[in-house]
Design a protein around this ligand. Structure first.
Ligand code: ADP
Ligand code: MG
Length: 247
C-alpha cells in the first residue's frame, strides 16, 4: 500500500498530529516489533494529548486573565488566616458544577485577584469556559453597547460562561444603567453558573456602589445565597513584602 493513501485519510480526518508522527512511529514499530494495538494506542494518544493541550491554551487565552498567576505561586504561609480547607475545596471546581459563587472580601493587596485568577486557571484545566473581567470593564462594555440587539448578545455571552470572575467590585461606582445591566447578568447566572467576585466592600456598603437600595438587596440576595465567602482579614501582602525589605 502507498503510504500516501493513509496520509490522505489522516488529512481528511484532520488527524494532523498523527500525520506528523506517522513516519517515525512506523519506523519505531517495525524496529521494536510493536503490536498493532499498542502502535495504534501510542499514535492516537499523542493526538488526544495535543488536542487537550491546545484546548487548555485556548481556554486560558479566551479567559483574558490580566496576569497568569497559578496556585503554585501563591504563598499559603503568608495567609495563616485563610480557611485552607475551603480554598483547597474550591480548587477542585465542584462549586462550578453546583453553580455556586465565591466572594473574596478584603482590603487592597491581600491577594484577592491572585486567588481568583488561580481558581480561574484551575477551572480552565477542568475544561470550564472561564472569563476574567473587572467590574468596571464589564459595565462599560454593557453601557457602550447602546443598541438593544448588541446588548442582548453581550448579556447572553456573559450568562453562558461556566465561571465569570468579576474583579474589583466597589472601586468605582456604577451609573444606574450600569448597575441594572450588571444585575441582569448576575440574575441570569444565578444558581446555574458560578461567579467569583473580588471586592474591598463590606456587604453593608454595596448600596453606595449600586446606588439603588432595592437593586442592591436583590443582587446581594442572589449573590450570597449558596456562596462561599472568603473574608481576607489579613494585611496587604505587598505592604508586608515592602516592610520586610526595608528592615
Ligand atoms: P488584591 O487583589 O487583594 O488587591 P492582589 O491579588 O493583586 O491583591 O495581590 C497583590 C500582589 O501581591 C500581587 O502581585 C499578588 O500576586 C501578590 N500576593 C498577594 N498575596 C500573595 C500570596 N499569599 N502569595 C504570593 N503572592 C501574593
Ligand atoms: Mg485585586
Amino acid at each position: 500500500m502507498e503510504i500516501q493513501f493513509l496520509e490522505n485519510n489522516l488529512k481528511k480526518l484532520k488527524l494532523f498530529t498523527i500525520l506528523a508522527n506517522l513516519e517515525p512511529s512506523l519506523i519505531k514499530a517495525h524496529k521494536n516489533k510493536i503490536n498493532y494495538d499498542e502502535f495504534l494506542f501510542e499514535l492516537t494518544d499523542v493526538e488526544v494529548k495535543t488536542r487537550a493541550d491546545n484546548r487548555l491554551k485556548r481556554l486560558i487565552r479566551d479567559a483574558k486573565f490580566p496576569i497568569i498567576k497559578p496556585i503554585e505561586t501563591f504563598d499559603f504561609n503568608a495567609v495563616p488566616d485563610l480557611d485552607l480547607n475551603l480554598f483547597k475545596g474550591l480548587t477542585t471546581c465542584s462549586y462550578i458544577k453546583k453553580g455556586q459563587n465565591v466572594i473574596f472580601l478584603g482590603r487592597s493587596g491581600c491577594g484577592k485577584t491572585h486567588m481568583a485568577t488561580a481558581l480561574g486557571l484551575e477551572a480552565c484545566k477542568t475544561d470550564f469556559r472561564t472569563k476574567f473581567i473587572s467590574c468596571f470593564g464589564l459595565t462599560n462594555e454593557l453601557v457602550e453597547a447602546k443598541e438593544k440587539i448588541f446588548l442582548q448578545r453581550i448579556v447572553k455571552r456573559y450568562s453562558r460562561y461556566d465561571l465569570l470572575i468579576l474583579d474589583e467590585l466597589g472601586y468605582i461606582p456604577f451609573t444606574k444603567e450600569g448597575a441594572e445591566l450588571l444585575f441582569q447578568i448576575l440574575a441570569e447566572r444565578h444558581e446555574k453558573k458560578s461567579t467569583i467576585i473580588t471586592t474591598n466592600l463590606g456587604f453593608g456598603d454595596w448600596t453606595q456602589v449600586f446606588q439603588d437600595e432595592n437593586l442592591t438587596t436583590a443582587l446581594l440576595d442572589r449573590l450570597t445565597h449558596n456562596a462561599h465567602i472568603i473574608n481576607c482579614t489579613w494585611q496587604s501582602y505587598r505592604l508586608k513584602q515592602t516592610l520586610k525589605q526595608n528592615k
